[in-house]
Design a protein. Structure first.
Length: 550
């Protein structure tokens, strides 16, 4: 028997079995391997692909390192799945904007599917339910609709400044209260005058449980191995957490909706988002479940994000006293010391606007965006972004590209006075691509953040008021030495959320402080329609604070 024939078994059945098992083995070996048509990326390992080096936290640093090495569109293999990361304005524009109908889907997310019954606009697939929810949110959060909510937004910002005045040590929580209260008022028609307000605390606790549950490693990889969802609850503690959270969320959001209904029945409606949703529920074709989770999604997507931006801005301003000085000079000239800046002032404050853009650039809130999914192949740069691939936009990587921005790690708002997009001189400002740089932090294409107008109001009003009224500096120890700030001390979440830190926030003068107190007192009428459901403790709190102002 020759060596060659000895390798083949005698029976044709055995030969067939051998061929099939070899084909299966080969297929398995190919799993994890980068297909030829894919954009380049780091080397893969059989079966695993890039799973071992795939970053689950602060992914933007690793994505950027790979982009500089392999190009602005890279691919990563997670077993047989493909992840695409875009790190240029041109690729984002082409793939997310030009092909927006193909890239409007989201990756499967079993946990949120089970938690919300597939009704949460942020997570659900691109399809009929999403279209209904999106149309509703788009209409309710249009620039015009948002302009009608300005009085409560401005009033809440006035309380924020008042809170800084009264109790600057809790500055971090004041931002969280503010962001929550604005969104609770605009969406559900009831405000949270204290951080400790039960409505605020309930939401904070539910959001914490949720973000712990979705943290990588907390639950088995349900989307990768769907069979895991059938493991009985006694062996899968995540199922109990999820069940309890679903119950808590439904009680919470259901309660808010009931209170809106009662307000409407009494004829005391305050024009909040949910009131309008309920009034037009049939027209929008919203089921009760869809309406419930519409309100939920707004609160969940709209509170932490705005607070994180403002906390980041505060840290950056403390770290850059010269930027504060320059902004204050502009505010003194345009607004003066006898009133706080109003939304209508922002257009006359180019340097403050530059500061706001520079904070977005150096510290985008959602550094790698929220992933989209392609539902068909897309050709780009000689490669294919395949159907079903998960696509991230590496916003941080674009904003920190030294080919676009000079010294990108330097906080320098002046770059926006020299070029409307903050770009190096040679890029000019005429290319239509650059417009995308303006609002990158809010995402792209059909899934772009519908809350952008509320968020922009919050950001511009509060950054300008903070600079107008306060001197921000590092806190000092007892021995007089300054406590240094750590720019990279972030919470392990998907947003750029700083951990709380000590700092000093002092009114610029007694004159500024008096204006804040006066305007807070004058804001009482704007608060009232949103205080109908306050608990006894909260009622007592607002009564006492207002009495003290007289
Ligand atoms: C600084 C504040 C905010 C930032 C940075 C931000 C950022 C984002 C980003 C990056 C996305 C994903 C976009 C994409 O998939 O391409 C998003 C989606 C979303 N945001 Fe915001 N957001 C902010 C404030 C708000 C506010 C105030 C609201 C509500 C009033 C809101 C409601 C939503 C909703 C409902 C979605 C889901 C849209 C969808 O999937 O169709 N956001 N946001």
């Amino acid at each position: 028997m020759s060596l060659v024939t000895s390798l083949f078994p005698a029976s044709p059945w055995a030969l067939g079995a051998l061929l099939i098992s070899s084909a299966i083995a080969l297929k398995f070996l190919l799993i994890g391997r980068r297909e030829k048509f894919l954009p380049p990326g780091p080397p893969t390992k059989p079966l695993l692909g890039n799973i071992l080096e795939f970053p689950t936290q602060v992914a933007h640093f690793k994505y950027t390192e790979w982009a500089r090495k392999y190009g602005d569109v890279i691919s990563l293999k997670i077993a047989s799945g493909t992840i695409i990361v875009l790190t240029s304005v041109q690729s984002i524009r082409e793939i997310f904007e030009k092909h927006n109908a193909i890239t409007a889907d989201r990756p499967p997310h079993e946990l949120t599917e089970q938690l919300t019954g597939g009704n949460h606009i942020l997570f659900i697939h691109y399809g009929p339910t999403w279209k209904i929810l999106r149309r509703t949110s788009y209409e309710m959060l249009s620039p015009y609709a948002v302009s009608l909510t300005l009085p409560i937004q401005v009033a809440e910002s006035t309380q924020l400044m008042f809170d800084f005045l009264q109790d600057p040590t809790d500055w971090y929580d004041h931002y969280s209260r503010y962001a929550l209260s604005v969104i609770m008022s605009v969406v559900h028609g009831q405000r949270c005058p204290r951080y400790a307000t039960p409505r605020a605390q309930n939401l904070i606790i539910n959001l914490k449980t949720f973000s712990q549950l979705v943290r990588p490693g907390e639950t088995p990889p349900l989307d990768l191995i769907p069979a895991l969802k059938y493991v009985p609850e006694r062996f899968a503690s995540w199922k109990t957490t999820l069940k309890n959270l679903r119950k808590a969320q439904r009680e919470y959001y259901g309660g808010l909706m009931e209170e809106t209904k009662k307000r409407m029945e009494r004829g005391d409606g305050n024009g909040c988002f949910m009131q309008k949703v309920l009034e037009r529920q049939e027209e929008f074709k919203l089921t009760d479940e869809m309406a419930l989770y519409m309100g939920a999604a707004m609160l969940e997507a709209g509170s932490d994000t705005s607070a994180s931006y403002l906390q980041n801005a505060t840290q950056l301003l403390i770290m850059h006293p010269k930027v504060q000085e320059k902004a204050k000079e502009e505010l003194d000239r345009v607004v003066g010391p006898d009133r706080m800046p109003q939304p209508s002032d922002i257009k006359n404050l180019p340097y403050v606007q530059a500061v706001i853009k520079e904070v977005h650039r150096i510290r985008p809130v959602v550094t790698t965006g929220v992933p989209h999914v392609a539902n068909a192949d897309i050709k780009y740069g000689g490669h294919t972004v395949p159907k079903d691939s998960i696509i991230f936009a590496n916003i941080w990587g674009v904003y920190n590209d030294e080919n676009l921005f000079s010294n990108p790690s330097e906080f320098n708002p002046d770059r926006y006075l020299e070029n409307p997009y903050g770009l190096k001189k040679e890029h000019g400002s005429s290319s239509k691509d650059w417009g995308l740089l303006d609002d990158m932090d809010f995402g792209f294409g059909r899934r772009k953040c519908p809350g952008i107008h509320i968020a922009k109001n919050s950001i511009s009003l509060n950054v300008s008021r903070l600079l107008w009224g306060f001197d921000l500096s590092k806190a000092k120890r007892e021995d007089g030495t300054e406590i240094e700030l750590d720019f990279h001390d972030l919470e392990p979440t998907v947003t750029s959320t700083l951990r709380p830190f000590k700092c000093s926030i002092k009114p610029r003068s007694e004159r500024h402080a008096a204006v804040i107190r006066r305007e807070f007192h004058e804001a009482t009428a704007a608060f009232m329609p949103f205080e109908q459901e306050l608990t006894g403790t909260d009622k007592e709190y607002v009564r006492r604070v207002r009495e003290d102002l007289i």
